[in-house]
Write a protein that binds this ligand. Structure first.
Ligand code: GLP
Length: 241
């Protein structure tokens, strides 16, 4: 893994956009795996800025989001689809038919999402955040490393961490989601994991410097051949030691 620590979140966002520019310069028709969450807001803002400045061209990409809440369709403002529309798809004019989500399209057989990804050629470039317990996507601790896209019951901690979009009321956060599995994520050719803020420092150090363990899902990235970890100084404080 290549770990890069920057002073400010904006510098992290610029580096992520640089990496995407590099990817699309060589493979303009890439399949991108995309993430949601507060960490991604400055990242998508920077991507939008570059598209508007004609530095980045997303016209040829297809996007596959990591996860979606069960029961929140795209008309629901709290769905991850709505998040993506607001922060990336609409500002850059990405056609609806170029973006895929594991729910509701694959609600009957979530593992078919993996088949679709494979049929499209696999994910070339996967963006990831990290949860406070080390989850990636919604793969909570103890998720098998060869897991495919599947339905999960969210832990109370994860629902609390995601409560902001639900007016701060964690009980309004859906109990279930469908997420790419750890195996799905690990098949991506390039992975870019982003962590911002002091709250992520402890789990980032465990994931990167601790043992590979099911208890910390992101630790599996230690065995991925082409992963970048980009963080700000606050999230990276425990990595220097
Ligand atoms: C959710 C998402 C993850 C994301 C995580 C961290 O659980 N399913 O993909 O990485 O939250 O979110 P945040 O960036 O808001 O800390």
């Amino acid at each position: 893994m290549k770990v890069e620590i920057f002073d400010y979140a904006q510098e992290v966002a610029e580096r992520v956009a640089d990496l995407l520019e590099d990817q699309l310069r060589v493979y303009p028709y890439s399949q991108l795996g995309l993430a949601t969450g507060t960490t991604m807001v400055p990242i998508y803002k920077e991507m939008v800025r570059r598209v508007q400045e004609n530095r980045l061209n997303l016209a040829g990409v297809r996007t596959f989001n990591l996860d979606e809440y069960v029961g929140l369709d795209e008309s629901n403002p709290n769905s991850f689809m709505a998040f993506m529309r607001e922060h990336l798809f609409e500002p850059v004019g990405l056609p609806r038919e170029h973006s895929y989500f594991p729910w509701p399209d694959f609600s009957r057989c979530p593992a078919r999402y993996d088949d679709l990804i494979k049929e499209c050629g696999g994910i070339d470039w996967q963006l990831l955040g990290i949860g406070h317990n080390g989850h990636i996507g919604f793969n909570e601790p103890q998720t098998p490393w060869d897991s495919k896209t599947h339905e999960v019951i969210l832990t109370a901690d994860t629902r609390r961490a995601n409560r902001q979009a639900f007016g701060g009321e964690w009980l309004k956060v859906p109990q279930k989601a469908v997420t790419m599995g750890i195996g799905t994520i690990m098949h991506s050719r390039t992975i870019v994991l982003v962590a911002l803020g002091k709250g992520k420092s402890a789990i980032l150090a465990q994931a990167l410097r601790g043992p590979m363990t099911l208890q910390v899902p992101a630790s599996v990235l230690q065995r991925h051949p082409h992963t970048f970890v980009l963080c700000d100084r606050a999230a990276g404080t425990l990595l220097d030691r």
